[in-house]
Design a protein around this ligand. Structure first.
Ligand code: ATP
Length: 282
């Protein structure tokens, strides 16, 4: 796929009302290729700064190398005067994180193994291609269907952030950040009580500051936790206690996100109504 200048509407019909998600640079919509009827996800990136196009070209370059069933595929890329639109393979199952915090979803440790195996397969392929994701987080793992177990990794931009419920979690953001920087972590006894030692060993071997001592994706796939899944599934399908904690965490995060959004909208309304658009650089 190479970025080309064209009009979107001649080839695709973008469903502007159906927003799948939004990020710093734009939104992701569902869309259909007119000639084939193929349903796709269109990531619309507004060209705001001088570096924006450069960043998207890098994302395209990376995605062109990632031909693997656990990595979302790039289908086409179009540039218009104001935007760049990436057309990607569409998956309809939503974010894995949303699925596993659903009260009706009975999350077991074997489910986790099935999901983590696929993430490792995708990451191993990326690493073999000399590419690092650098933004792996629960929002960037999507389910292919609403009930099936297949997942795919998305978002190959280069943003670096912190996020997710993790063994580094402190009482507040500063403490969490300090824990990450110092590589301090722990397994909360009560939450992890029903989790196997193999799982704890797996995680312990990933949270190592020294990269050379940390497990590679290849080693992850050979780890006992990610093997003999059929056998393990027969032995136990106990629901994980941490599901409740995850849900609480997601609710808090969602509330924060909405709160920040509302504050920003109010601020914008105030500025525009007072006529001081120069404050916004307009
Ligand atoms: P962020 O700033 O959060 O990193 P972003 O602008 O880089 O976001 P993505 O992470 O690629 O954008 O996508 C944002 C959201 O859109 C995803 O979390 C997901 O819910 C949805 N999404 C992205 N790609 C697809 C896809 N191919 N199929 C279905 N939904 C998708």
């Amino acid at each position: 796929v190479t970025l080309r200048s064209a009009s979107v509407s001649s080839q695709f019909s973008l469903n502007s009302k159906n927003i799948l998600g939004g990020g710093k640079f734009g939104e992701v919509h569902t869309c259909t290729e007119k000639e084939t009827g193929l349903k796709l996800a269109a990531k619309v990136i507004r060209k705001q700064g001088a570096k924006d196009k450069e960043m998207v070209l890098l994302e395209i370059d990376v995605m062109n190398q990632l031909n693997h069933h656990n990595l979302i595929q790039l289908y086409d890329a179009i540039e218009t005067p104001r935007e760049i639109i990436l057309f990607m393979e569409f998956v309809e199952g939503g974010e894995l994180f949303e699925r596993i915090i659903d009260d009706d979803y009975h999350l077991t440790e074997v489910d986790c193994m099935v999901f983590v195996r696929q993430i490792c397969e995708g990451i191993r392929f990326m690493h073999h291609m000399g590419v690092l994701h650098l933004d792996l987080k629960p929002e960037n793992i999507l389910c292919v269907t609403a009930t099936g177990h297949m997942v795919k990794i998305i978002d190959f931009g280069l943003a670096r952030r912190l996020s997710g419920l993790s063994p580094f979690l402190g009482d507040d953001d500063t403490e969490t950040l300090n824990n990450v920087l110092a590589a301090n972590w722990y397994f909360d006894e009560e939450t992890f009580e029903s989790v196997s030692n193999e799982a704890k060993d797996f995680v312990s071997n990933l949270i190592i500051k020294d990269k050379s001592a940390r497990m590679s994706a290849d080693q992850c796939l050979q780890h006992p936790w990610l093997n003999n899944l059929a056998e393990k599934a027969k032995r136990s399908n106990r629901r994980l206690k941490s599901q409740v904690l995850l849900k609480k965490y997601v609710m808090r995060r969602r509330w924060k996100k909405n709160f920040i959004g509302v504050c920003a909208a109010n601020r914008f309304r105030k500025i525009t109504s007072s006529g001081s658009l120069t404050a916004l650089g307009i």
